[in-house]
Design a protein around this ligand. Sequence first.
Ligand code: SDX
Length: 426
Amino acid sequence: MTGKKAQLSVDGLSETIELPVYEGTTGPDVVDVRSLVSRDLFTFDPGFMSTASCESKITYIDGDKGILLYRGYPIEQLAEKSDYLECCYLLLNGELPNPKQKSEFVNAIRYHTMVHEQINHFFNGFPRHAHPMAIMVGVVGALSAFYHDSLIINDEDHRKIAALRLIAKMPTLAAMTYKYSIGHPFMYPRNDLSFSENFLHMMFGTPCEDYVPSPVLADAMDKIFLLHADHEQNASTSTVRLAGSTGANPYACISSGITALWGPAHGGANEAVLKMLFEIGDAKNIDKYIKKAKDKDDPFRLMGFGHRVYKNFDPRAKVLRAACQNVLKELGKEDDPLLKIAMQLEKIALEDEYFVERNLYPNVDFYSGIILKAIGIPVNLFTVIFATGRTPGWVAHWHEMISNPFKIGRPRQLYTGPTYRDYPTK
Ligand code: SDX
């Protein structure tokens, strides 16, 4: 902490209020406003644009410079040199694993990828055409019914086994939502495959023949999971923290994160980007959609553009843009019409004053959908992929909060409704 102070003078208050100012290892200082409630004052910050909800050591974003660090390591270097499970370990434990720690962690995840057989029956309650996110919200929350041995949140061992189970089972459940929608039998995970190879096997394998996952697609999948693994206090992570602050079990908390992620302004944007590119259909229609995006009377927004924090390129979008071109080239799809429209859209938007003035750059969702489509993932499963990748981040934040002193999250309000009035006498 810095010893720095902020002075707040409020009309009608006799004395100036002195508030402590804290400095992080990097990023903006924060003003501690907790004492205001004792002076019958609240801060007002709908959307939490200027609010630090917690102290954290996990992920740092510099929106102006387009920097994203997982425990201090830049996302570009992790995307190039690390892999998804190593990043899961890093986010959960704060340091990169040594070879022994990594092998133990990979094995621990491997041996938790199966789900209880009763979960299969849970799926049968859904219509085959249910949106996969609707199933994930239900099934992940329902996991708590199967793991009463790991629900004491103040027990570190319970927290650890819940973390492993959630990270390990998300790809299995994700693939199950796809198989269920096409009437195929569920594929059991295989212990001889890597995390991402296993996911592709459970998605596209069948009991009728051996399925050999393509190393190119497995690498692209691993990069997608890695790039989505965490992103500090975004809406879904804040939801997980809020749910966790009530003492809810970890499976319920992660289910609440999945729910929040589903919105098209958040993780649902990757699905919305693809739908938008399909709707644009041809580069000649781009100007019409740019106009719609700028029209205040039109609810249409350019999906995959803009970000609450990044006022520069989302570094993940840059990595995905390059990966996109490589994957499509490897698959002989470099002439993919959607990629062409996306690149043209990006070029035009980045030159348009409306977008430049508002610092609206492509974000993580702009390119991820094109890669996922090239891999063969159905569009309505894109946000499920995002949720699968984000699970270690959600769990790391939940664990960080629970393993330190915390209070239940309970914001106040600016009330502008009717004041006290008696019920009318008949
Ligand atoms: C994710 O928070 C995270 O970290 C999220 C995430 C993560 O990893 O967890 O990074 C993942 O959610 C990425 C964002 C995905 N969403 C989209 O791509 C949907 C399209 N983008 C927007 O809806 C919007 O940009 C947000 C929601 C992402 C950010 O909204 P803000 O910060 O609340 O900004 P705003 O809505 O106040 O917009 C500021 C201005 C407005 O115009 P003015 O009123 O100033 O004239 O920019 C305009 C907005 O109308 N604007 C857009 C736009 N985004 C903002 N105009 C057209 N198209 C857009 N995409």
